[in-house]
Design a binder for this molecule. Structure first.
Ligand code: ATP
Length: 362
């Protein structure tokens, strides 16, 4: 019997629409698998909540969330609220307080989905983005406001422990999944303090590790070009917060776009709940139309179930997604079709039902 307590934060815009479909899949799984007991609690923390209460989430939100096994997050962002408020008052406190220092993003080419690259097949790698420090720190400030000598400093914070933890997580994944090479994104030729520090500790970790993993360190400007020229060569990419963020969006674009790209913010030690969310934002341009692709959200749910000990269900959902895409009868607008968000959710449930969920439970 698996019992998982999930906090659900649909958020803004299409976040609410795609979350509905992920919950549909979850309910469907539960109805067909007696070994699965999921308890979900929905929290309305969003831009609407901010406009009503003057804050993105209540003061005790982190204490509330701490009691859950995992968080399923939709998307955040609304033109009525500054982006730094939505990000720094909701997503960042969760990622940082719960030490979700790994941002894990699978990048995989899918049958039935055209890549913008001529050589877009056989892409299958993962990105481990450092998620708790680095370039995304709130250390810094501005002085001499509105004067000619006005100036600002934005600090990058890199710690030995922070680098060790993300590299360890990447190496553990590589060993467990039969990978032989780690690619590190760097820029130590120009960012001579923090990035040299990054290189040094990445190299040390690889040398000390028990597994024999090849390490390649590539300057970020060259690495983005290699992502386009030879994406099949990568297995596990490890990167700082900013570099990992950019590489992840590029990676998604290579395999079909944001509507298909899941992510996980992991606390590998499981001292705190991990958070699972699509890479995309709230997409105000299509919000409310019922046409968003729910696959990234449903795939994020799959990652959540895998992290919670049900890799059989993760595989089942991913297999259903792959089958629906390969058959191509149901497609949302972003991947060249006319199906609605709900129709895509239904198609995935239907595919799962063909795979006889109940016999796969443990
Ligand atoms: P943010 O800054 O929060 O990332 P954004 O508006 O810049 O928000 P997204 O919300 O990710 O970025 O949207 C970027 C583009 O991708 C938009 O044109 C949007 O319509 C499209 N898009 C994003 N997610 C989906 C989806 N699930 N289905 C279809 N189209 C999507």
């Amino acid at each position: 019997m698996t019992h998982i307590k999930i906090a659900v934060i649909p958020g803004d815009g299409i976040g609410k629409e795609v979350m509905e479909q992920a919950l549909k899949v979850l309910n469907f799984l539960q109805e067909h698998d007696s070994s699965l007991q999921i308890e979900t609690t929905i929290f309305p923390w969003s831009s609407d909540y901010y406009l009503k209460h003057g804050r993105m989430m209540p003061d005790n939100a982190l204490n509330i969330l701490k009691e859950f096994d995992a968080i399923l997050f939709g998307a955040i962002g609304d033109a009525r609220v500054p982006d730094d408020v939505t990000v720094w008052e909701l997503i960042m406190p969760i990622r940082k307080s719960f030490q979700q220092y790994v941002n894990f993003r699978p990048i995989k080419s899918l049958a039935g989905i055209a890549s913008p690259l001529a050589i877009g097949r056989d892409i299958d790698f993962v990105i481990f983005r450092e998620n708790a420090e680095g370039e995304y720190s709130d250390s810094g400030g501005r002085i001499y406001h509105n004067q000619p000598q006005e100036m600002t400093i934005q600090n990058t914070i890199m710690t030995r422990i922070g680098i060790e933890k993300i590299v360890q997580a990447a190496c553990d994944y590589a060993s467990k999944n039969g990978k032989t090479k780690i690619t590190s994104a760097t820029k130590s030729n120009a960012i001579i303090h923090s990035m040299k520090f990054w290189d040094e500790h990445v190299r040390r970790m690889l040398e000390q590790g028990s597994a024999t993993l090849e390490l390649e360190s590539i300057y970020i400007d060259a690495l983005v070009a290699y992502f386009v020229e030879r994406p099949q060569d990568f297995q596990v990419v490890v990167a700082s917060n900013l570099f990992g963020d950019i590489l992840s969006d590029l990676g998604s674009a290579l395999v079909g776009g944001l509507g298909l790209s899941p992510s996980a913010n992991l606390n590998p030690e499981k001292d705190f709940p991990s958070m699972f969310e699509p890479v995309h934002g709230s997409a105000p341009d299509i919000a409310g139309k019922g046409i968003a692709n729910p696959i990234a959200q449903i795939w994020s749910l799959a990652l959540l179930l895998g992290h919670s000990g049900r890799s059989d269900l993760e595989e089942l959902i991913v297999h259903a997604i792959e089958t629906v895409l390969r058959e191509g009868n149901v497609r949302t607008a972003d991947i060249g079709g006319q199906a609605t968000t709900a129709q895509m959710g239904d198609a995935i449930c239907q595919e799962i039902s063909k795979m006889n969920v109940s016999t796969r439970g443990v």
